[in-house]
Design a protein around this ligand. Structure first.
Ligand SMILES: [Zn+2]
Length: 222
């Protein structure tokens, strides 16, 4: 039925976002309606997840498109998009190399930052290699332009530029970069890389949390 290459590409990208949502759910990285994912499309648009829905139970027809620039882009299509859409737009605006954005309320990252701790990616060899910088973004209200602005700044403020950031009490955001081809294969790979990076952030935060707990237990036992 997908004789039109544009339709086939659209279908592939929608399937990729649904599969990434299922992966986040299977890993315990999203609960209820939390989290959101998007891909940069051509024509000044992005493909994203709808608000208020479980991201591990989506089907391709559930995904809305929206303009990258809300003041100048094409009209949105589909159900209402994520309440964190402003964050995605801010990242795409400040990072032309980014083609995929994934956000989840990672449980261990929220616990650590709730306790006033900031994870250090250089503490583990895996994160030191894949996420050498991991900016910390101070709390701002979910869905606010203030938060979107801080996230956009965090993704451009360091050298090398960040591929993930930790939000105070609000999980993390990871991105996937493209090679400039802009085809479905590139976008699928970027989305997978972004989910991989979110998983690494959560492993770092769980490991840091466990180390702090073990050190605390040891100091109490002597
Ligand atoms: Zn959120």
């Amino acid at each position: 039925m997908d004789d039109d290459p544009a339709d086939a590409t659209d279908r592939r990208l929608r399937e990729a976002i649904c599969a990434a949502g299922r992966r986040l759910g299977a890993r315990g990285l999203i609960s209820a309606g939390e989290g959101n994912l998007s891909l940069r499309l051509g024509g000044g648009r992005l493909l994203t997840t709808p608000t208020g829905r479980r991201k591990d139970e989506l089907v391709p027809g559930d995904l809305p498109t929206a303009a990258l620039d809300p003041l100048a882009g094409p009209a949105p299509m589909g159900p209402p998009p994520s309440s964190d859409l402003a964050i995605h737009r801010a990242i795409y605006a400040t990072r032309p190399d980014v083609v995929a954005v994934v956000h989840a309320h990672l449980p261990a990252s929220m616990a650590l930052t709730l306790a006033g701790e900031v994870p250090d990616p250089t503490a583990l060899p895996e994160t030191a290699h894949h996420l050498p910088v991991l900016p910390f973004v101070p709390f701002a209200a979910m869905g606010s332009e203030e938060l979107a602005g801080r996230v956009g700044d965090a993704f451009t403020a360091t050298t090398p530029k960040a591929l993930a950031v930790v939000l105070e009490r609000h999980g993390a955001i990871a991105v996937g970069t493209g090679d400039g081809v802009g085809d479905a294969t590139e976008l699928e790979a970027a989305l997978t890389a972004a989910v991989d990076r979110l998983e690494l952030v959560e492993v770092l935060c769980r490991t840091t949390r466990d180390a702090l707990l073990l050190r605390g237990a040891r100091s109490r036992s002597v």
